[in-house]
Ligand binder design. Sequence first.
Ligand SMILES: Cc1cc2nc3c(=O)[nH]c(=O)nc-3n(C[C@H](O)[C@H](O)[C@H](O)COP(=O)(O)O)c2cc1C
Length: 216
Amino acid sequence: MKNLFVTVLTVLTLLMPSCQSKAQSDATTETVPQNDGKNVVVETIMARRSIRKYHPQAVNRDTMNIVLKCGINAPSAMNVQDWEVRVVDNQEFLNGLTTIFKEKNKEMAERDKEMRNMFRNAPTVAFIAAKKDSKFSSVDCALMAENMMIAAKSMGIGSVCMAGPVEFLKGPDCADYLNKLGFSDDYELLLTIGFGYPAEEPAAKPRDESKCKFVD
Ligand SMILES: Cc1cc2nc3c(=O)[nH]c(=O)nc-3n(C[C@H](O)[C@H](O)[C@H](O)COP(=O)(O)O)c2cc1C
């Protein structure tokens, strides 16, 4: 009798997981946040803004390592990962570039009295390079960049994606600095992202929802 009881119990226990997965597969497993619901990813995405005022200290490198890990966990076409990233938190490097920039862009430097560095004063800058002649590399890099900025936001780190400095950085005046970044020969600089502890909370800029449509 006792043996029979143990056998029945064992069979029931073994059956339980398959019953559960059947029930789960029957029901929707989506968790769509309701208006008053909380979803940390949605909230982080909606709260991210480009930050252009920062406290001077560079982002903690452990935190930047998490940001980088999130970056390289972005999808990439056929997982080829056609990206290279260099992070600079050496203020001499950033200030050196800025000195050259100010010299070559005197009017702009004159206008922007608060410019401490040419990366919107961000004390930590990621330089992202795309593979030349790779069809999807710039898409891969952009996805990586967004992952990095969202991850940063989730940890209280502000960011600003900047294409503005790229052409200047690729010019002859900055060659020593670009060489120091040490990108592979078949890569070229595509984007820069400034990171830092935010010193402003800008409002969201308007979004045009008419750009998104369902097609039946
Ligand atoms: C490809 C790209 C290039 C950008 N370049 C610059 C830049 O050079 N300087 C800058 O201050 N912001 C730059 N931005 C930030 C945009 O101005 C900003 O994302 C946009 O105005 C929306 O504001 P939000 O990021 O606060 O939502 C760039 C953004 C992207 C995606």
